[in-house]
Design a binder for this molecule. Structure first.
Ligand code: SAH
Ligand code: MG
Length: 204
């Protein structure tokens, strides 16, 4: 259960997480949070982090949420998902870190959400903590999304939950990389659990 404040902050935050999918993500986080800590690839402005952070708190674990905060290719100027508000005027580069911090602060979740600043494969090279829940929502290019899966999925404990966002089976609906990651996870022995919009969950 999210508090009214958490829900209001999640709904108001910039990002790419429809409320229905966010609530399903929260439920998946509660499930995986019984097994171990949560980790998200792709914090952006903290929207999904509120749904997941509330789940982490409820289970007495934490959400690690990883981002270099400079945006994916599909967030850059000229692309569909670009938002000029998140450009740092000093450098002309995207910087979503201040927005992320504010969202988590406004939601009152700073004790449950640990921001990890860096490049996913780079952090992953040194990561050793087993996870109860992994959410893959970083870059959506084929090589980037698959690298996230290969870097992180093996840290998910038995009975833990893997969630993948922006999964579209039909190429007319969206890019195929997250769907290919889902197919790879199934081939690797993850069991499909649920589908809510473009959010899919699986159990290890
Ligand atoms: N989960 C967010 C949306 C994430 S958008 C929400 O619910 O709103 C994808 C994010 O992945 C972007 O913020 C981008 O900076 C990040 N990202 C892309 N490639 C990355 C990489 N290699 N390492 C770290 N973060 C990355
Ligand atoms: Mg997404």
């Amino acid at each position: 259960m999210l508090t009214d404040k958490e829900l209001a902050v999640a709904r108001a935050a910039k990002g790419f997480m429809p409320d229905e999918e966010g609530l399903a993500l929260h439920d998946a986080g509660l499930d995986g949070g019984n097994v171990g800590p949560l980790l998200e690839i792709g914090s952006y402005c903290g929207k999904s982090g509120v749904y997941l952070g509330a789940a982490a708190r409820a289970r007495g674990v934490v959400l690690f949420t990883l981002d270099h905060h400079h945006g994916s290719d599909e967030n850059q100027a000229g692309w569909e998902h670009h938002d000029t508000d998140v450009v740092d005027p000093r450098t002309g580069r995207m910087d979503t870190l201040p927005f992320f911090r504010r969202t988590i602060e406004d939601a009152g979740l700073e004790d449950a959400v640990v921001g990890v600043l860096g490049d996913s494969p780079t952090v992953g090279r040194f990561w050793t903590t087993p996870l109860g829940f992994l959410f893959i929502d970083g870059g959506h290019a084929e090589d980037v999304a698959m690298a996230d899966y290969l870097t992180w999925a093996h840290h998910v404990l038995a009975d833990g939950v893997l969630a993948i966002h922006d999964v579209f089976e039909d190429p007319d609906q969206g890019g195929q990389a997250p769907f290919h990651v889902w197919q790879r996870a199934v081939a690797d022995g993850f069991t499909p659990l649920s589908t809510t919009g473009s959010l899919r969950t699986l159990r290890r």
